[in-house]
Design a protein around this ligand. Structure first.
Ligand SMILES: [Cu+2]
Length: 236
């Protein structure tokens, strides 16, 4: 527990390797990224310890003759120790996972902008109801852009108009299903300006692979200008 707390606590200051993960572009993604770094570091530390013990035993206790070596089974304190330690590790990992999950699923009362994202066969529609802006896939394979401000919370209400799709932005380390008849709500805070590729990650029919889109994060000031110049527009 102390070890997992240490590993996951350490990862918050980002001195640990990424272990093959993308570096996320949202605060919610950062929380998952830190959990991943901490869990991987802890797993690696335990792995090294166990491999060390195995190698030590292999060399130290090689067959040295025909006498039966000392028998150490039913060593109760040892058995209790190696039952309790893994339980504490699992409790530690569970605790940090729940914490991260709460951060990712947290809905703020007043998001800076609300967007209704509709997935359909085979494309996306991004609607900003308050500003009356709609951006959607027009011809098959065109990639609409979801424009969002950085730093502030963005609310997404995700729906589907036909079958199950999945909203996936790899750089956000985030994926959520769009289910007909269900509204899935989540927030994200983009940390820096950039354009990130998004995709549908639920096989939803023949042209599933056409369901690509972009998320473009711009500064709040630039976003204000963008909203004003696109007010009332429906574009592709
Ligand atoms: Cu789809």
């Amino acid at each position: 527990m102390a070890l997992s707390a240490l590993a996951i606590g350490l990862s918050a200051c980002n001195g640990l390797p990424s272990y093959g993960s993308r570096h996320p572009a949202t605060t919610q993604g950062n929380s998952m990224f830190n959990l991943w770094q901490g869990s991987m570091t802890l797993g690696l530390a335990i792995g090294i310890f166990v491999w060390g013990l195995i190698l030590y035993s292999v060399f130290k206790f090689r067959k040295k003759g025909n006498s039966i070596p000392s028998q150490t089974q039913y060593h109760v304190p040892l058995e209790i120790t190696y039952t309790v330690i893994p339980i504490l590790i699992v409790i530690g990992l569970f605790y940090f996972t729940i914490q991260s999950e709460h951060k990712v699923d947290k809905i703020v009362p007043n998001p800076a902008v609300k967007v209704t994202v509709t997935a359909f066969q085979w494309g996306w529609k991004f609607n900003y109801p308050k500003q009356n802006i709609t951006i959607a896939t027009t011809n098959p394979g065109s990639r609409p852009t979801l424009v969002i401000p950085t730093k502030v919370p963005v609310r997404i209400n995700l729906v589907s108009s036909d079958v199950i799709h999945s909203f996936y932005v790899p750089k956000f380390l985030f994926k959520r299903q769009a289910i007909p008849g269900v509204k899935n709500t989540f927030d994200f805070n983009a940390t820096k300006p950039g354009t990130y590729l998004g995709e549908c990650s639920e096989f939803c029919g023949l042209h599933h692979d056409n369901m690509l889109f972009y998320v473009k994060a711009i500064t709040p000031a630039a976003f204000k200008v963008w909203l004003a110049s696109n007010h009332g527009k429906a574009t592709a």
